[in-house]
Design a protein around this ligand. Structure first.
Ligand code: FAD
Length: 453
């Protein structure tokens, strides 16, 4: 019972957590999905505290001193703080002056691709060596195809409000920035036993209210209010009547499930691309690696034509990720940039990543450990049609009281954003007064239980 309402969680997988998957093997701890969360984020903080996980929460390791970017075939160390980063000699003098000139660039259209926005405001060099690897690292995406309003809404808002991102950032710094958006206060965190601690603890708290291995196939409205859910539990089909429903599925699954309710939403969500992505973890003895690994990891711009989107220095990022005397690296391959590479057979994929790790980080010889995960449908790619899709989804919510739609395609892929959105979606359903017919049904159910007791 939550807020006076019975809650049931239906998940098609046996294990809770969706994209969050932690593997503990041979002393290594591998994250096949998110390796960290961004804090402070109100929903995530609240959830961690409510689940009693605060003591298990860990922050990035003390050896994380740089972020690395590849240029000219080499990994360059850049400072973590934005000022040091952008003033670094990694960028040409022309590129740095172009950044300052941003204050004088006129406002652009309401939406455009990330690439068009960045080229227009900051110039080609920042697109190639900052935004492209960033979009590759977070979305495994191509900035030429993705919408600036969907991916980096705060940058677009600064342009619209202050006429310039640089002027907007300066004005906010003077006024005192909202800590959630202040890059100096943002931290990466995880848990001692990995990201899966969060869904596992949540599932424990939900107890029998979570029904694993149950696939929702469709949702239809019921006359008089509420919804009918078509379910598949193994070979068995079933129906479930509910007063309200939060659809928190990947876009392609939500599209299928919502199609009987709102065909246009089904089509719109089904059209969001999810290029394949492969995650390859390699463990080495420390002596096999010449690089200091003193950072978050290394990102590769498209113009550098590498075989990986980036490599996270997992055992530097968080403690307890590799046995003593060993290090762990996690590579991301494919995405919108090179989807074909994410489908390579396992041995070819491992060979590709080993070659990249050797070239960029000086990893020599056979790794002591490896692990591969294929995501056939990786991360959603919000393109220029995205705002229209979200509008269709909100329209469906307005049309069907008690329906809320959330997921990583709504307000950003980060785990923290997903938690915030999911809490907001649950709130919309909880606040929805229960339809009279559903209440009558409940009363009838309750009295029949009382009679049989
Ligand atoms: C390789 C990788 C690395 C990432 N790295 C980071 C990172 O470092 N930091 C970060 O913040 N984020 C990261 N992300 C993004 C983040 O993990 C996801 O965006 C987020 O976890 C998505 O959460 P979600 O609940 O929206 O969807 P999901 O986690 O996909 O959950 C959807 C759930 O729906 C269930 N489901 C699907 N269909 C049905 C159905 N028909 N009926 C019932 N249940 C169904 C699934 O079983 C699943 O449990 C990464 C993602 C990937 C893939």
């Amino acid at each position: 019972m939550r807020g006076g309402k019975d809650v049931v969680v239906l998940d098609r997988r046996a294990e809770p957590g969706g994209r969050i998957r932690t593997e503990r093997r041979d002393g290594f701890l591998v994250e096949h999905g998110p390796n960290s969360m961004i804090s402070p984020a109100p929903g995530a903080e609240h959830l961690v505290a409510a689940l009693g996980l605060a003591a298990e929460r860990i922050e990035k390791g003390e050896d994380v001193r740089h972020r690395y970017l590849v240029r000219g075939g080499r990994a360059h160390a850049l400072p973590l703080d934005p000022l040091g980063f952008f003033s670094s000699s990694f960028f040409s003098l022309g590129g740095r002056l172009r950044l300052l000139g941003e204050a004088f660039i006129r406002r652009g259209p309401a939406d455009e691709s990330v690439a068009a926005f960045v080229r227009r405001r900051f110039g080609r060099e920042l697109l190639d060596y900052v935004f492209d690897p960033l979009v590759g690292g977070i979305y495994a995406g191509n900035p030429e195809q993705l919408s600036i309003t969907a991916l980096l809404p705060r940058l677009k808002q600064l342009e619209m409000r202050y006429g310039s991102v640089v002027r907007g950032v300066a004005a906010k710094a003077v006024a005192g920035m909202d800590p959630r958006f202040d890059p100096r206060r943002r931290k990466l965190c995880s848990f001692r036993e990995g990201m899966a601690s969060l869904p596992l603890r949540l599932a424990q708290a939900l107890g029998s209210r979570i029904r694993s291995g149950v696939r929702v196939e469709g949702i239809v409205p019921r006359a008089g209010g509420g919804f009918g859910l078509t379910l598949r539990d193994g070979e068995d089909a079933a129906r479930l009547r509910v007063a309200g429903v939060v659809v928190a599925l990947p876009a392609y699954a939500a599209g299928r499930v919502l199609a009987p309710l709102a065909a246009d939403v089904g089509t719109a969500l089904g059209a969001i691309e999810h290029p394949p992505l492969a995650v390859v973890a390699l463990g080495y003895r420390r002596a096999q690696v010449s690089h200091a690994l003193d950072g978050l990891g290394v990102l590769t711009p498209t113009v550098e034509r590498r075989g990986v989107l980036g490599l996270i220095f997992s055992s530097t990022l968080f403690v307890h990720r590799a046995p003593d005397g060993h290090v762990l690296l996690t590579a991301y391959v494919g995405g919108a940039r090179q989807p074909e590479l994410a489908l390579l057979p396992r041995e070819e994929l491992l060979a590709l990543v080993r070659a990249e790790a050797e070239d960029l980080l000086g990893c020599r010889g056979q790794p002591a450990f490896d692990s591969v995960r294929y995501w056939r449908q990786g991360l959603p790619q919000p393109d220029l049609a995205h705002a229209r899709r979200i509008a269709a989804l909100r329209q469906a919510e307005a049309e069907f009281p008690g329906l809320a739609i959330t997921g990583n395609y709504v307000a950003g892929v980060s785990t923290s954003a997903c938690i915030d959105e999911a809490i907001a979606a649950a709130g919309r359903v909880m606040r929805q007064p229960m339809q009279e017919s559903a209440l009558a049904e409940r009363r009838a159910e309750a009295s029949s239980i009382l009679r049989s007791a």
